[in-house]
Design a protein around this ligand. Structure first.
Ligand code: C5P
Length: 230
């Protein structure tokens, strides 16, 4: 079957001028969030998207469908984790508790279909689920308070967590609620699952599926599209 996708997009990241949250900055004539939604919904394994928006978001263009599939929306929360929780709760009732659901950042516009396909296939065959991730390429230093180097972390086993991440609807809901109730800020969905003693699978994904955080990331995405002739 197909999976629903939750897209947390309630962040205010306004470092791109004009007070525009970064997910609405346009590249190649489309806001970043449209790139992200298009990548998800044009994949045959995705059934629809639930977008979590900030309550007073004046920028949402009001799409009801993309690629012929439903785009629903709900109000996000104070943190990314709260926004994902709101999305999980707002999913249509037909989405069963044990069904796998994707979570994908609105600020990751460059998701490739083969990565999404690999995540869906391998994650569904794992009892817990899976995330896209990229191996760490740089040598990692631990800093002391004075800015001196306290040590070097072995990088062989270190990965950078990307999205989408694929988990069962109810298990992810329970895991995010548990983290919230414990006052722990989880920075991705897998972290909440790990806290529950579960071990999601790492699926290696393309480095170009980066999160847009700084203006330099935006330039990199423009460059990637230009290279592809878009
Ligand atoms: O700020 P950061 O880049 O970590 O945000 C990752 C994703 O989470 C973005 O798509 C952002 O819109 C979303 N987010 C959210 N609700 C928040 C904060 C961030 O949906 N309160």
């Amino acid at each position: 079957g197909q999976a629903w996708a939750i897209v947390p997009a309630a962040g205010y990241g306004t470092r791109f001028g004009g007070g525009l949250p970064k997910q609405y900055v346009e590249v190649a004539g489309m806001p970043l969030i449209a790139h992200a939604l298009e990548a998800l919904l044009s994949h045959p394994g995705v059934r629809g998207a639930m977008v979590a928006l900030s309550a007073d978001d004046p920028h949402w263009p009001g799409w009801d469908e993309i690629a012929g599939k439903p785009v629903l929306r709900c109000a996000g929360g104070e943190s990314r984790a709260d926004s994902v929780l709101a999305g999980l709760q707002a999913l249509p009732e037909e989405v069963r508790a044990d069904e796998f659901v994707l979570v994908h950042d609105a600020a990751r516009p460059n998701l490739r279909h083969d990565d999404l396909g690999a995540l869906l296939e391998r994650g569904r065959n794992d009892p817990v689920g899976a995330i896209l991730a990229a191996p760490v390429r740089d040598t990692l230093k631990r800093a002391g308070d004075d800015g001196g180097i306290d040590g070097t972390e072995p990088r062989e086993r270190l990965w950078r967590a990307l999205t989408p991440q694929l988990f069962r609807r109810l298990q992810l809901t329970r895991a995010l609620e548990a983290a919230r109730d414990a006052g722990i800020a989880v920075t991705d969905d897998a972290m909440a699952m790990e806290r529950q003693g579960m071990r999601p699978l790492l699926v290696e994904g393309d480095e170009e599926n980066f999160k847009i955080t700084t203006p330099a990331d935006l330039e990199r995405f423009r460059f990637v599209l230009a290279q592809r002739g878009q």
